[in-house]
Design a binder for this molecule. Structure first.
Ligand code: NAD
Length: 262
């Protein structure tokens, strides 16, 4: 299937590794020019080189910076001639016990996983509508649908974003202008983030990291973790010309882990 987005420009946030990188790779493979961001410049430049190697005709720009700051967002937006596609992503908040989270911990989580995507949506949505094409995908979490108690910061902040998106996506001047906003909800995907959470669980339980990961794989109906490539392919489809009638949705990608019918 030709996704029909070759030559468009995408801003893919937090994309040197993991799910963001998977999205950038899939878009580049469809001929989309990308601006990718991450905090660490070394990993970012290495990812940019790998993306250029996928398609030498595609332009790849790498902007190092913290996307949760106003400066980081301004630099990312300035590097993108026009944002036809926005993939919102940032690191997830740390796990913990809600009794220990102070206001500062909450503000950090809200900044990263709610207010940053909202600020970027605000910056790009009207120009998208004026051009008659826009695709926004927010990487959230399966925890929005099935909360994980130790990830309360994530459950809370991402649910705030989800509520906001539900309203904006349905505005006639957004949906009616061929601008879609959807949330992709990853379950367990094989990335550094997942491995980092396994390190904590291993230390607590006295098991090895491999044992913890094996138990988690078996606990999933598919018997495995998802891959960043699978995630990227779904994201690219949502960004395609074919997905203009899909908006305001929370799309779970979890190997069947969520036990409900709907
Ligand atoms: P990852 O650690 O593999 O990659 C995170 C990427 O984000 C890296 O490129 C990192 O440099 C970049 N990044 C982090 N904070 C940033 C910031 N402030 N500014 C710019 N770049 C930043 O993580 P991942 O597994 O790809 O996770 C991506 C998102 O999806 C996270 O919010 C995570 O909580 C969420 N998520 C992941 C899983 C999973 O199983 N992997 C499941 C549910 C939710």
């Amino acid at each position: 299937m030709n996704l029909g987005i070759s030559g468009k420009w995408a801003l893919v946030c937090a994309a040197s590794k993991g799910l963001g990188r998977g999205c950038a790779e899939a878009l580049v493979q469809e001929g989309v020019n990308v601006v990718i961001t991450a905090r660490g410049d070394d990993a970012l430049q290495s990812t940019a080189r790998a993306l250029r190697a996928l398609d030498p005709d595609v332009e790849v720009r790498a902007v190092a910076g913290d996307i949760t700051t106003a400066e980081g967002r301004a630099a990312a937006l300035a590097a993108c001639p026009q944002v036809d596609i926005l993939v919102n992503n940032a690191g997830g908040p740390p796990p913990g016990d809600f009794r220990e989270w102070d206001r500062d911990a909450w503000l950090k989580a809200l900044d990263a996983n709610m207010l940053t995507p909202i600020a970027l949506i605000q910056a790009v949505i009207d120009p998208m509508a004026a051009r008659g094409f826009g695709r926004i995908v927010n990487i959230t979490s399966a925890a929005v649908k099935a909360p994980i108690d130790v990830l309360g910061l994530s459950n809370g902040a991402r649910s705030g974003l989800t509520g906001f998106v539900a309203g904006v996506a349905r505005q006639p001047r957004v949906a009616g202008a061929n601008v879609t906003i959807n949330n992709l909800l990853p379950g367990p995907f094989d990335t550094d983030r997942l491995r980092a959470t396994a390190v904590g669980a291993a230390a607590k339980s006295g098991k090895s990291i491999d044992e913890v990961l094996a138990v988690r794989r078996q606990a999933n109906p598919s018997g495995r973790f998802g891959t960043a490539q699978e995630f990227g392919a779904y994201c690219a489809f949502l960004c395609s010309v074919h997905a203009g009638y899909v908006t305001g949705q929370n799309l779970l990608m979890d190997g069947g882990a969520y036990p409900g019918t709907f």
